[in-house]
Design a protein around this ligand. Sequence first.
Ligand SMILES: [Zn+2]
Length: 165
Amino acid sequence: MAGPKIDWSKFSIVPDYDSQDWWEFTKEGKLMARFCDDCNHAWWPPSSIGCSSCGNFETTTWKESKGSGTVHSFIVVTQPILGAFVEAVPYVAAIIELDDLQHGNGTPVMLQGIVDESEEQVGIGSRLDMYWETVSDDGKQNPRWKLSSNQPSDIWLWRDTASEG
Ligand SMILES: [Zn+2]
């Protein structure tokens, strides 16, 4: 793996009631988002079983993404808040618009992810592909992201703006 090195041995991933199904899906290589059956609002990570849009706690559905998307925005993390990230910084943490999942109102479902490439290469509009990184002995996986081979020509790159003076 070429991207930022996260030392998963420093983590103990203990899924809770809200996230246990999501982690089980990762063992099968499935990137899932939870959808509200009443209003089709989606959310990620699966932090609550209740819909934050309409308040439905009764019925939700998991939908799978194939794992491709576009950078909506990003930051560069330079301080490793946890020891596991000491060797990872600096790295790009992006908000990613998924290609294949939309909320009921048509807006793309977005999630956050760490991108392999540096801020010199990643911009708003960059196309990304997901891959899995195994993070526990029992096969839990974490989604990681890298630049797709095909990129659009109108990506907003930080270095362009910075050089305009
Ligand atoms: Zn809802």
